[in-house]
Design a protein around this ligand. Structure first.
Ligand SMILES: [Zn+2]
Length: 223
């Protein structure tokens, strides 16, 4: 709904960041399905008794802003707390926080990222399962693809073989087979892909954007 002074956007989203502003309100960041990452004020976000906003909730969001103001205001109706099975397990919580911090730091605001949105929902659903670690690594490869750093690990980037894929090229993000990689082995990343390697690619994506990697991403490296 548009008129000359106001803009209203409605979607569903995931609450990915919340910080206090003053004594009652919060500034929230919501990853929405239709409009990507949005930032705005949640009135009484710190003192709400009912429907208190919490990071990790999924819900319905309406965002209102005057066209001449920077920060809009959110109306947030939480429908589901995707993070509740995650909250009590610190390792999983760190991964959720890392994903949310990476979205906040690297995904441009108000640009649609429907695929990444769907992948993020999937991540939150899979984190508490046995395949939680794999789900997180998969999510980072999806993030990299969305940021223009897609990895291609199915065949050797130099000769095309599917066999003996041993390395990953830091330059192209493609797999390299044992033979082709042998002369440069010390300059290549090792297969299989792990969080140390995705870290390096994400770090480069951040540097290209003039951003530093959020500390939450480093916390998941300790294992
Ligand atoms: Zn090769």
């Amino acid at each position: 709904m548009y008129n000359s002074n106001n803009m209203k956007l409605e979607s569903v989203g995931i609450l990915i960041n919340l910080r206090p502003i003053g004594e009652r309100d919060s500034v929230a960041r919501i990853f929405t399905y239709d409009f990507g990452v949005m930032c705005g004020v949640m009135r009484a976000g710190q003192i709400a008794r009912k429907n208190r906003p919490l990071v990790g909730q999924m819900g319905a969001v309406a965002w209102n802003a005057r066209l001449d103001s920077q920060l809009g205001t959110f109306h947030w109706e939480p429908e589901k707390n995707l993070s509740s099975p995650i909250m009590c397990r610190p390792v999983l919580l760190d991964m959720m926080n890392s994903a949310f911090a990476l979205i906040s730091a690297l995904v441009p605001e108000r640009e649609q990222y429907k695929h990444l949105y769907t992948q993020t929902i999937k991540l939150l659903e899979q984190l508490p399962t046995e395949s939680g670690d794999a789900a997180y690594l998969q999510w980072e490869t999806e993030l990299l693809r969305e940021l223009g750093y897609g990895l291609n690990l199915g065949l050797c980037g130099a000769c095309g073989t599917h066999d003996d894929l041993m390395y990953i090229s830091p330059r192209t993000g493609r797999a390299i087979c044992k033979n082709c990689g042998a002369p440069y082995a010390d300059r290549l990343y090792k297969m299989p892909l792990d969080l140390n390697t995705t870290y390096k690619f994400i770090e480069r994506a951040a540097a290209t954007q003039g951003t530093e990697l959020p500390f939450q991403r480093r916390l998941i490296m300790r294992a």
